[in-house]
Design a protein around this ligand. Structure first.
Ligand SMILES: [Zn+2]
Length: 498
């Protein structure tokens, strides 16, 4: 009597294994992620059962299922160590065998897959341990029909699996291409938006290169030029390059904010000076109207808000568009303060200084001691320290011509000194009101012209040569000017406009 035939022919698990792989590949793109994961896990265990049957054709189905579950669980548990990550780093394709992360729930799906495959194996496995002659005859009679069924069903299953795999791969490629097309559009607008807005222009070049590569890939033929995963990889590169551009835009916007905040500070200080000066005048009842002062206070308040809204510790929480709007906003708020300050100065000038050629300067007559220096040959008089060298050079040239120093009668005048020489009752006062004279800025000197005044040699010589040393005679003090004063000379650095 022949030994009972309990071996599974090797061809069967081979065909089943290939079909399982193809069916898995084919089904993947049609399944939502939360279904594809468990199905993939189950098929993985199914595949392991077929492989066990292939290696050990005589194995019992229950043993094969148990072995498959053991292997799948061991692989899953290995994710608790660094080993799979190291392997995946070097061989990315190994993820199909190893998976990528640990999940206890996966083991349940392995168990289900292994159980199903074990059951199938038990059904297709030739009946074992049948010793009864009669039954043997019955089984032998059945065999031709079993072969016929196998001859039809197995090729059908294989064809179905191959077809499913083909359709699945085609659909997967199309989905990947659709995703990449959308990423190309998004990256294209990121590239355009980022023009002149990145700290490092190389990041835009890299994004442009990634875009070119993605566009070329999309233009290629599916399967031949673009295999599974190619578009996804190109999309990943595109996203990475876009993220780098995005980060560089944040860096750039942050730098712009820092630069603009620095420009606000001096403009704000000037506004505070003007406000403080008009406060003093308000005490004396000679300040400009409230409207200009209120407008400046409001502008300063708004600028302060913009500055505190862009404090370094608040930038991280800001969205990119907020971040990019902040620098132009700071610049606009600073310009508002600048304009409102000038408007207040003009308003105060109109109240304080009656003549067009006079300008109201809040610091007029209020310079600090260290901003002034005595005139060397007339030390009882002071002018702005940085103008002394030019006046000394002018005096040396004058002395070479006339043999004597320039005679200085007046130079810097403090606010109180100006108050003393200004006579508001005089309809044509020789001294300007306090705050309106450039003597108060330390940029003017009154020099004796001797007899002859406008026609005398000293005046004529100075008219010809003073400019070489940075000094001039202003139009209003000329022979035909508002107030002919041959003695009044001032530095070309005397400010005339706000
Ligand atoms: Zn003068």
């Amino acid at each position: 009597m022949a030994p009972p035939d309990v071996r599974v022919p090797r061809a069967l698990p081979t065909v089943l294994a290939v079909s399982t792989v193809l069916a898995g590949l084919g089904a993947r793109p049609f399944l939502p992620d939360d279904v594809a994961g468990p199905v993939g896990d189950a098929l993985y265990a199914v595949l392991l059962v077929w492989l066990v049957a292939l290696v050990a054709p005589a194995v019992r189905p229950a043993t094969a299922a148990a072995l498959a579950l053991l292997v799948a669980t061991a692989v899953e548990l290995s994710h608790l160590t660094d080993v799979p990550a190291t392997v995946l780093d070097r061989f990315p394709l190994a993820r199909y065998a190893l998976g990528t992360t640990f999940s206890a729930a996966d083991v349940l799906w392995y168990a289900l897959g292994a159980a199903l495959a074990g059951a199938v194996l038990a059904l297709v496995r030739p009946r074992a341990a049948v010793v009864d002659e009669a039954l043997r005859h019955v089984r032998e009679r059945r065999r031709p029909r079993a072969r016929w069924v196998a001859a039809v069903l197995v090729p059908l299953a294989v064809l179905g699996a191959v077809g499913a795999a083909g359709v699945g791969v085609e659909r997967a490629l199309r989905l990947e291409a659709d995703d990449l097309s959308a990423q190309v559009v998004a990256a294209g607008s990121e590239l355009a938006d980022a023009e002149d807005k990145v700290a490092d222009p190389a990041t835009r070049t890299a994004l442009s290169d990634a875009l070119d590569a993605a566009t070329a890939l999309l233009a290629g033929r599916p399967v031949l030029d673009r295999g599974p995963g190619d578009a996804a990889a190109a999309g990943d590169r595109l996203e990475q390059a876009a993220a780098t551009v995005h980060a560089s835009r944040r860096t750039f916007a942050t730098e712009q904010i820092g630069a603009q905040r620095e420009t606000v500070a001096p403009v704000r200080r000037r506004a505070e000076h003007i406000l403080a000066a008009t406060d003093r005048l308000a005490d004396a009842g000679t300040a400009a109207g409230d409207a200009a002062r209120t407008a400046l206070r409001d502008a300063v308040g708004t600028a302060d808000e913009a500055v505190s809204a862009t404090a370094a510790d608040r930038l991280d929480a800001m969205a990119l568009d907020e971040l990019e709007d902040a620098a132009p906003d700071l610049s606009a708020r600073r310009d508002d303060v600048d304009r409102a300050t000038t408007a207040l100065m003009v308003a105060q000038d109109a109240v304080s200084c009656p003549e067009d050629d006079q300008r109201w300067w809040p610091r007029g007559g209020r310079l600090d001691d260290d901003e002034l220096a005595p005139i060397p040959w007339a030390p009882e008089h002071e002018i702005r320290a940085d103008l002394v060298d030019g006046l000394v050079a002018l005096d040396e040239a004058y002395r070479a011509e006339f043999g004597v120093h320039l005679t200085v009668n007046s130079a810097y005048r403090s606010y109180d000194q100006q108050l003393a020489v200004h006579d508001p009752r005089d309809p044509n006062p020789l001294a300007a009101p306090p705050g309106c004279s450039n003597h108060g800025l330390g940029t003017a000197v009154d020099l004796s012209m001797g007899p002859g005044s406008f026609d005398g040699a000293p005046y004529l010589w100075l008219q010809e040569h003073a400019g070489e040393f940075g000094w001039q005679h202003p139009g209003w003090a000329g022979p035909a000017g508002r107030l002919p004063e041959p003695w009044h000379w001032e530095s070309v650095e005397t400010p005339t406009e706000y």
